[in-house]
Write a protein that binds this ligand. Sequence first.
Ligand SMILES: *[C@@H]1O[C@H](CO)[C@@H](O)[C@H](O)[C@H]1NC(C)=O
Ligand SMILES: *[C@@H]1O[C@H](CO)[C@@H](O)[C@H](O)[C@H]1NC(C)=O
Ligand SMILES: *[C@@H]1O[C@H](CO)[C@@H](O)[C@H](O)[C@H]1NC(C)=O
Length: 350
Amino acid sequence: MTLTMRHHWLLLGACGWVLLILMFVSKFISFRAVDGKLLFIVLITSGIKVISPLSYPPVGPTVAEWELVADRRIKLLSTVCENSSLRNLTHISINKFVLDRIFVCDKHKILFCQTPKVGNTQWKKVLIVLNGAFSTVEEIPENLVHDHEKNGLPRLSSFMPQEITHRLNTYFKFLIVRDPFERLISAFKDKFVKNPRFEPWYKHDIAPAIIRKYRKSHRNNDLTASGLHFEDFVRYLGDAEGRRRMDRQFGEHVIHWVTYAELCAPCEIRYSVVGHHETLEQDAPYILKAAGIDQLVSYPAIPPGITRYNRTKVEHYFSGISKRDIRRLYARYQGDFHLFGYPEPDFLLN
Ligand SMILES: *[C@@H]1O[C@H](CO)[C@@H](O)[C@H](O)[C@H]1NC(C)=O
Ligand SMILES: *[C@@H]1O[C@H](CO)[C@@H](O)[C@H](O)[C@H]1NC(C)=O
Ligand SMILES: *[C@@H]1O[C@H](CO)[C@@H](O)[C@H](O)[C@H]1NC(C)=O
């Protein structure tokens, strides 16, 4: 027996032993899921590799399950669109304001309607990369994300009427929504309390105008010193007729608080998919797949917990605001609640 032959026999024997051990061990630990992490044992012809623990998304829906959910959302949307008693709140003509909200990715035939305070910056970055101006999401400078003259992500309004119709009829179209009241709280915090970007007009122009018209107590001479209160904001938002003239003066800034219906005309435009902020971790990868771009880009990592609905927070903001004002606000936003399947916030209304 030559040396090489002995080597072969030894190797074969060793492999046999390992296989036997593996068969024995696999009875006890085979593919056990540990806290959403799968322990993977991979057998490769050349030997045995144990990859563990391979991080794996927490138990989420399968493609089929998600498609069922997505389908139900679209069906609900069209049912509510047909409800005549909500007609004034759900039907919006496809005007310039709506076309300004929709971003176009011609290369992959995608339209995205922007709904601020719902993680839209990240989606815009994904589409900017797809359009080719930058090769990764990380490379896009923050100040360019919203600069649509320069970032290669055109608005639908910049096209000719027949080009617009063609895109609306044939492209993949999506928008992302979240609980309507939580969105208003987020807009209030972001624009009137923190205002992290330098946008002085919210505090210097819009807040004083709302306070002058909607603050209950006018005893204090320097009304605007303490800034906009959530109560002022709620009273302004609930005053459908009275705020119309103000909103024209506020211009585009109202995108942070007008209804989803007003932003995206979901009863006139047949959206392919509606994503929910509350389930974004599951929705984002499937939206990419449904749009046929999952091999090209991925949605940036979502910090855990930030997308979850927080009832305590909602209760906290609305505590001390009169039922009358909350009911008026709900009356104005109930179209959004119904269209997208958010439950009526009866803990605030009754
Ligand atoms: C239409 O909407 C109203 C108001 O939410 C609701 O009471 C009614 O049941 C709806 N009608 C149908 C047919 O769903
Ligand atoms: C819808 O709006 C029109 C015009 O503003 C108004 O006359 C009508 O009463 C409204 N309908 C409902 C159901 O609120
Ligand atoms: C919900 O909101 C409350 C009040 O703003 C906050 O204290 C709490 O940490 C939030 N809970 C979660 C799970 O984020």
